[in-house]
Design a protein around this ligand. Structure first.
Ligand SMILES: Cc1cc2nc3c(=O)[nH]c(=O)nc-3n(C[C@H](O)[C@H](O)[C@H](O)COP(=O)(O)OP(=O)(O)OC[C@H]3O[C@@H](n4cnc5c(N)ncnc54)[C@H](O)[C@@H]3O)c2cc1C
Length: 415
């Protein structure tokens, strides 16, 4: 029985210190058959399982994770959430996700520490300012909040920002509802809530193959034995093409490392999330005071979850260019995740040519912000056997029809 977190439960445990908190997540034993098997215990897999159980009443659901939940990109990202996308299909989808984020702590009874501090995209030339104005107009026409701020307004918003950097800053586009949310909170919140609804979250269980009969998926092979399932979903990010290949599918995905780093903690210094496509970096400050720095992907495809030194150096240089006062800080940690990048940088969601085999992939460098809406719409798709109306534009077939949703410019920095 999952205990509800509340002020009263906190008081109850404080006055009765010998009464332990119940486990946030139980450790189920893998059964040999489920209605739905979801491969990958990242945010997308867990959110889909949660919405399947909550909205569609499906309880015979398993999430199979080869390591520990959240050890993939969902626990490695820089936590930025926003919905300033250009095309209507993406705009609707990502704004739905941000709306869900706005109520997620309450929905999951788990504090995801959402901080809507504003996401600022810097423009470094009159030409970039003109592009920022056009983008802001398009985003507002999509019904999403966005506005332009001038260089003098930026100076007040971020007093330590070096407006006179290598390519001087002319102004910026801002989405005030953008910000950050604690990534472990999102993963654990969905896992705990899904587990409480009866979903089996099985860690240390790698899927090694598929059982396919007559063009229809019947189950999966795992390191803990075969599991039968009526429907299966692949949600394994950078490992999507390798796993899908085992079901006979070729995906238009390139797996490339994206890295990030944090400095030692300092007093409040950077108030917003700032991204610069011109200088190629984005920064924010965590609640603990660390400065989080991210940039572009590594320049070669790789499954090595490390990230190379040249990009690390370029990110550090670019961050110091924007905030010279960072130059004396020590970097505490650097890490990377294997991202799954599609040619149009939009996700692949929905059905596959194998009947009852579904996919949620291609999230690349920006799928964290999409976790709630990705879970909600994929759960609907699995339950109804048809793509949810909000994700129709993101089907795998667009790579044969040519109806791409090019959102390359929507990344905080170019990838
Ligand atoms: C450094 C970095 C910074 C980022 N910053 C942002 C950001 O600020 N904002 C944003 O929106 N997005 C960001 N992203 C992207 C975002 O993190 C991802 O798009 C998102 O987390 C993908 O979620 P997922 O559930 O699809 O994949 P993951 O979280 O990677 O989960 C996939 C899981 O599948 C498991 N798996 C793999 N193969 C198998 C198998 N055969 N059997 C069983 N399990 C398997 C893996 O172990 C993993 O846990 C960033 C990514 C990185 C790496």
């Amino acid at each position: 029985m999952t205990e509800r977190y509340s002020f009263f439960s906190l008081v109850r445990h404080a006055v009765n210190a010998r009464r332990p908190w119940s486990r946030a997540l139980c450790r189920p034993t893998l059964r040999n058959a489920y209605e739905v098997v979801i491969i990958g215990g990242g945010g997308h897999g867990l959110a889909t399982a949660y919405f399947l159980a909550k909205e569609h009443g499906l309880r015979s659901v398993a999430v199979l994770e080869r390591g520990a939940i959240g050890q993939g990109n969902s626990g490695r990202n820089t936590q930025v959430v926003r919905s300033d996308y250009y095309h209507l299909a993406s705009s609707k989808f990502f704004d739905r996700s941000l709306q869900l984020y706005e109520g997620l702590s309450r929905e999951l009874n788990y504090n995801i520490m959402l901080s809507q501090r504003g996401k600022i995209s810097l423009a470094h030339s009159p030409h970039e300012m003109e592009l920022a104005r056009r983008t802001v107009n398009a985003i507002r026409m999509n019904g999403v909040d966005a506005e332009i701020v001038t260089a003098s307004e930026l100076a007040k918003l971020e007093p330590t920002l070096n407006l006179d950097c290598r390519i001087p800053i002319e102004g910026a586009a801002v989405q005030w509802r953008g910000g950050i949310a604690r990534h472990d909170g999102v993963v654990w919140g969905f896992a705990r809530a899904a587990g409480a609804l009866g979903v089996d979250i099985v860690q240390g269980c790698e899927v090694t193959g598929f059982r396919i009969e007559g063009g229809r998926v019947r189950g999966v092979e795992t390191t803990q034995g075969p599991v039968a399932a009526s429907r299966v979903m692949i949600a394994v990010a950078g490992h999507s093409s390798e796993l899908a290949r085992k079901a006979g599918l070729r995906l238009p995905i390139q797996s490339t490392c994206l890295q990030a780093m944090v400095t030692e903690p300092v007093k409040p210094l950077i108030a917003h999330v700032l991204a610069s496509a011109g200088i190629h970096v984005y920064v924010s400050q965590t609640a603990r005071g660390e400065i989080v720095i991210g940039g572009g992907t590594d320049v070669f495809a790789s499954y090595a979850q490390r990230g190379g030194l040249p990009v690390f150096e370029a990110n550090a240089q670019a961050a110091v260019e924007l905030f010279p006062c960072l130059s004396r800080l020590r970097v505490m940690r650097q890490w990377a995740g294997v991202t799954d990048i599609t040619p149009d940088t939009s996700p692949i969601m929905g059905k596959t040519p194998v009947k009852d085999l579904f996919i949620s992939a291609g999230w690349g460098t920006g799928g964290y912000k999409a976790i709630p809406a990705g879970g909600e719409t994929m759960a609907w798709t699995l339950a109804n056997g048809e793509p949810h109306e909000m994700i129709r534009a993101f089907g795998l077939e667009r790579f044969t029809t040519g109806a791409l949703v090019d959102e390359g410019a929507a990344s905080g920095v170019a990838h």
